[in-house]
Design a protein around this ligand. Structure first.
Ligand SMILES: NC(=O)c1ccc[n+]([C@@H]2O[C@H](COP(=O)([O-])OP(=O)(O)OC[C@H]3O[C@@H](n4cnc5c(N)ncnc54)[C@H](O)[C@@H]3O)[C@@H](O)[C@H]2O)c1
Ligand SMILES: [Zn+2]
Ligand SMILES: [Zn+2]
Length: 372
């Protein structure tokens, strides 16, 4: 236990994140130590800060890390020291979901991602000799070094050797979630209409993926005009401001109803409005972090009658090993230009980066933590 690092500690929403000295635990056989080059900031980090998710505080967050492998445990086969990698969520590898390559629905998701420790309860980080909550999404990448696991590390393919890691960093969460929701979970069909509620990272990733899938029309809904403009540049054929009767305007545009309504806002009234727009066999996909007490209400006859579906989606149903390289190939081919969402900040500007995300000014802030 002698690897010293710097990590941004989150103590809730009444204090700013502070970068402090920490010490990493020794690596287990299935773990890797990554020198973090960059890490995206996601709404889920802020949901933890605001105690909407059951992750214990204080904690080192950050779950969109990319970096270079420094050391590996004896059982690690996914990458070797010196390899460029991206990190994503962790999973157990042996439950019924993991057994069918659906690790986002791992039965042991909580202990592997949100418990603040390894799944066996041991700490991965220490501060002043005492354990600090970390191992967030199996990485805690708001830090100069991170302990990750065989199952949540993907080696960057050789075809992406020219793409900087700081650009690839956010691919393992919001981008994968939006794209996977469209391409993997809802399996959007060409020629059918889709509306995406919320044009943040997840929503815009869904819009870019809907264009890849050939959906038509592709409708973006948000409250920020700047985000709607960006959504139109990246694939939306129409956009409506949620403050100006977006639901009524979508009904006028698509009188037969939507094939797909995808909600990234987590607001139950928005989801219910979106659901009400579905055509027969329509799917309403929901991904947003919501008020833990929120309930959804649907009319039973409409739900059953048209074979409509409501689908909770985690991590875009992604199987990391196959889907992250697939998304990187879409990016290389220019079909998934997510660099348009990014603005870079230095690591010690983490609080400014969060502020820029919350004001709506920046869609995807990425922290530059180390050099490549
Ligand atoms: N399920 C998952 O696997 C998963 C993965 C990543 C993120 N998330 C969650 O998904 C959500 C979206 O993430 P993000 O990073 O894109 O966040 P974001 O905050 O960038 O995007 C949300 C967007 O919704 C817009 N919005 C707010 N109120 C609205 C309304 N009434 N109608 C329409 N749009 C409205 C906001 O302006 C914003 O642009 C978050 O809640 C995040 O925690 C879930
Ligand atoms: Zn995230
Ligand atoms: Zn599992």
């Amino acid at each position: 236990m002698n690897i010293h690092a710097q990590a941004a500690i989150c103590r809730g929403n009444t204090e700013p994140f502070r970068i402090e000295d920490v010490v990493l635990d020794d690596l287990r056989p299935d773990e890797l130590r990554i020198r973090v080059v960059a890490c995206g900031i996601c709404h889920t980090d802020l949901a933890v800060r605001d105690e909407q998710l059951p992750v214990p505080l204080p904690v080192v967050l950050g779950h969109e890390g990319a970096g270079i492998v420094e050391a590996v445990g004896s059982d690690v086969t996914v990458a070797a020291p010196g390899d460029r990698v991206v990190m994503s969520f962790n999973s157990c590898g042996h439950c019924p979901s993991c057994a069918v390559d659906a690790p986002t629905y791992c039965y042991e998701f909580f202990p592997h991602n949100w418990s603040g420790t390894r799944a066996d309860g041991s700490a991965t980080l220490y501060r002043d000799g005492k354990p600090v909550n970390a191992n967030f999404f199996g990485q805690s990448s708001f830090a100069t070094q991170a302990i990750a696991h065989q199952r949540n590390v993907v080696k960057v393919p050789a075809s992406a050797a020219d793409i900087p890691l700081e650009r690839l960093a956010p691919i393992g969460c919001g981008l994968m979630t939006g794209a996977g929701a469209v391409l993997r979970a809802m399996k959007v069909r060409a020629g059918l209409p889709i509306a995406v509620f919320g044009a943040g990272t997840v929503g815009i990733a869904a819009i870019m993926a809907a264009k890849i899938a050939g959906a038509d029309p592709i409708i973006a809904v948000d409250v920020h005009e700047s985000r709607l403009a960006l959504a139109r540049e990246l694939g939306a054929t129409h956009s409506f401001n949620a403050r100006e009767d977006a639901v009524g305007k979508i009904r006028e545009l698509c009188p037969q109803g939507l094939g797909y309504a995808f909600d990234t806002t987590g607001i139950n009234t928005v989801i219910q409005g979106a659901w009400g727009l579905l055509a027969p066999m329509g799917i309403c996909g929901i991904v947003g972090a919501s008020d833990p007490a929120a309930q959804l209400t649907f009319n039973e006859a409409e739900f059953m009658g048209g074979g409509r579906r409501v689908m909770g989606i985690l991590g875009g149903d992604s199987d990391l090993v196959t889907f992250l390289p697939e998304l990187i190939e879409h990016h290389i081919a220019g079909r998934f230009p997510f660099e348009r969402l990014i603005r870079y900040f230095e690591f010690d500007e983490i609080n400014e980066a969060i502020e820029a995300s919350e004001s709506g000014e920046v869609v995807k802030p990425v922290l530059r933590i180390g050099t490549e």
